[in-house]
Design a protein around this ligand. Sequence first.
Ligand SMILES: Nc1ncnc2c1ncn2[C@@H]1O[C@H](COP(=O)(O)OP(=O)(O)OP(=O)(O)O)[C@@H](O)[C@H]1O
Ligand SMILES: [Mg+2]
Length: 567
Amino acid sequence: MSTIIGIDLGTSTTEAAVIRDGKPVMIVNPEKEIITPSAVGLDTSGNWVVGERARAQYLLSPENTAIEVKRKIGTDEEIKLGRQAYTPVKLSAKLLEYVRNYASEFLGEEVTRAVISVPAYFDEIQRQATVRAGMEAGLQVERIINEPTAAALSYGLEHMEEESHVLVYDLGGGTFDVTLLEMFDGVLEVKASNGDNKLGGKDFDEKLMLWLNEQFMNKHNVDLRKDTYAMVKLKEEAERCKKVLSTQPSCHVSVPMIIEKNGAPLALDEEVTAERFEEITRELIERTHQPIDVVLADSGVLPSEIDRVILVGGSTRMPIVAKDIQEYLNILPSQAVNPDYAVAEGAAIQAGMIQGSIRPEEGIVMTDVNPYTLGIRVMDEMTDDRMSVVIPRNVTIPTTRSQIYYTSWDDQTVAHIEVYQGESSIASSNHFLGDFAVGGIPFGKAGKEKIGVQFSYDLNGMLDVKASILSTGKEASIEINMLENKTSQNNRIDVSNWKESPIARQFRTAVRRGEKALKDPKIQYEPFLEEEIEECLYYLKEALVEENLEAALEAEEDLMEVLSDLE
Ligand SMILES: Nc1ncnc2c1ncn2[C@@H]1O[C@H](COP(=O)(O)OP(=O)(O)OP(=O)(O)O)[C@@H](O)[C@H]1O
Ligand SMILES: [Mg+2]
């Protein structure tokens, strides 16, 4: 069986790891480095350059190089390299292909399978885009794992005997994630996860750039933002300065010829103190508090009950991070994992668990949480577009939850189930995942018949939604693959050959009336009527194909009843 590797596909940097003798080992790239810059570009001859070479090229020709692609993944915003535009998926695929190649070299075998980590706060569209990037890079994506969960796994592998609440604080290049886990008896349970997918080291760089530019404008009355080269230089310097300030009290920023004014070169020359840097980035650090509060509230854990804070992500090297955590939560973060490697290591541990190279008895039982609320669209007195929650956000998965619903109007024969993901109370404002219908509801007054809806969500990202009419036991279901957004309707047969049924003849008129009604423009003004007719038609045709006369007569009656609504 081919080896599954773990990949931390980051905004700024990318790392990969693999399990050797039950422990994660970081994979080294062709530059003999473990950390690969997440940069992709085209060189002057139009060849792809990736990693360190692309990062270096960015300084010279930013127009041919892409950085921080992860911030755009899942959107249809294209990224230009020269004159050609590329999708974020395509560029991420180039990066992953590079990783796949050096991992193959490192392992001495063709690598074709991977576990890839994503921020816990990525939505399904971003996750699916990441899976597609993996596929385009020739990798079968065995699992998408949340980055903080991965980091906790890498911590957990060495600390299984502990019983504690662990807070993972991950401040990377582009995203901030905070996750609360509970460890006991070898079980690592994710209690809650939250974050800000627009907060990371990059924003600290930008604050400093802005400040440096203000100083420059005051002195020279020239705005560096007009000039691409100056901005690239400024960004490079700002990031370097930020890193220096993680260990030094001050840093000198100096670029001799950053821009020209009236033909004469101007220099950027500024002293930045750690104090000043903290002051101009305080607002960013404060933005970490809200996700922390949400995680504590959602998990029902008090700050005093947190036993350990684990720092992950390059940006946690900024001293202000530990200082702020100590002030805000009154706990000193521990240096228990390597902030640059923990996520890739955890992804590799997950890969090892799938592969069996980490055996359950020495390994860890793991759970995760679903990051977004899952539910269905329902009607109430006010609206027909209310989101009814079935699995709330931050519930531990795997999980199965059910709800009972009632028929909404007299003689409703079909329940149409639309599945949504998101936090809005208006269903259609959320992300639509799939729909199906269950028919054959016996006639009766509104509210008389009960419909049970059950959601089962597992760690492989499969969401199973089942609906059943409680009085008759009639069921229908849908399986939504949250990783690929492929849905498959179950319990459905091909009814296209219904005409060939020996009992078709006496029902032809009914089918024809149903199909004609679907083309009637009036149908749009009646809620759910179109779906009801479609469903009744399906059940009638199904009965015909199955040569079940009794069921066909019943379905015909339902259909006629529904059609009478249109008149
Ligand atoms: N010594 C340091 N001091 C301050 N910041 C640092 C230091 N080293 C790295 N960084 C910052 O850490 C960020 C990169 O961190 P990391 O590699 O963990 O992010 P990532 O995994 O690529 O991003 P994400 O997890 O958000 O997708 C960059 O913004 C970088 O400037
Ligand atoms: Mg990261």
